[in-house]
Design a protein. Structure first.
Length: 279
């Protein structure tokens, strides 16, 4: 059956607002592990400092892109986890700005550059002004995070949600079939290879064996899950082999690989592909 998604982690009075970020970072470390490995190996010298700063900039841009899609988040609790991570990132950037100013100070202490008097009115900013700006920005960001991070993350985490999500890939297939039957104007057939209560997730992202057939103006589409992706095949792309079996050399890959994706997310992708083919 479908269930309402529970909060990812409890945020009681004794739980830090950073807990959601910390838990998610441990659970989904495909991107995180590379950075952690670099830190464990050791970061020293200007190359590492510049490369990590540039990587952080790329990550911030990627976060923006990841959030821009119509199905980027499913629940307010998803938003709480993202907010926790982004606010940790903001706080870390503030620490980095402070340390950047300190690093320049160490260059000055070595006698390899000089700190002039602060620029006067109408004069271009100099090194002293740059260091003052870095420290001011860091202090401002720290103040904002200290005042608002905890209340913001907790409010998102506590927000009520009526989102119903599947517990496994079989429940996803069944829910998608039901939604397609309501929203598509031609026959939709769910082919079950096992009873609803007989599926056990093998942890191999191989699917449950069930699929959905969708008729559309003489074409027939089949949705299935396997090899860690949702695939939509067209009957017209199939090639019949001498033994009577049919193989498909091409298929459409839907925009999410989650086994327990929001069923409407998958339905939107499917109907979008069918609509494009009709056009």
């Amino acid at each position: 059956m479908l269930i309402n998604q529970a909060a990812a982690a409890s945020l009681d009075d004794d739980t830090s607002w950073t807990a959601l970020y910390e838990e998610e970072g441990e659970a989904y470390d495909d991107y995180v592990s590379g950075v952690r490995s670099a830190v464990a190996y050791g970061l020293a010298g200007p190359d590492d400092a510049m490369e990590m700063a540039c990587a952080a900039a790329e990550t911030a841009g990627a976060s923006f892109q990841a959030l821009s899609g119509p199905w980027s988040l499913y629940t307010p609790q998803d938003a709480a986890t993202v907010a926790s991570a982004l606010l940790v990132q903001l706080r870390s950037n503030a620490y980095a700005l402070t340390e950047l100013a300190e690093a320049v100070g160490r260059i000055v202490e070595r006698g390899e550059t000089e700190l002039p008097a602060a620029a006067g009115p109408g004069e271009p900013a100099n090194l002293t002004d740059a260091l003052t700006t870095l420290r001011t920005l860091a202090d401002t960001v720290h103040g904002l995070v200290d005042r608002h991070a905890s209340t913001t993350v907790r409010a998102l985490q506590a927000a009520p949600s009526t989102t119903a999500l599947p517990e496994d890939v079989h429940e996803t297939v069944v829910a998608v079939a039901a939604l397609l039957a309501e929203q598509h104007d031609q026959p939709v057939t769910l082919t079950q290879r096992h009873p609803d209560d007989a599926y056990e997730d093998d942890g191999e992202s191989s699917g449950c064996g069930c699929d959905i057939t969708i008729a559309a103006d003489g074409e027939e589409y089949t949705l299935s899950y396997g090899d860690s992706e949702w695939a939509l095949t067209r009957e017209s792309d199939g090639q019949k082999l001498p033994d009577g079996s049919v193989v498909f050399s091409d298929h459409e890959t839907l925009s999410t690989t989650l086994e327990t994706a929001h069923p409407q997310h998958l339905v939107d992708d499917i109907l979008s592909i069918i609509t494009a083919d009709r056009g």
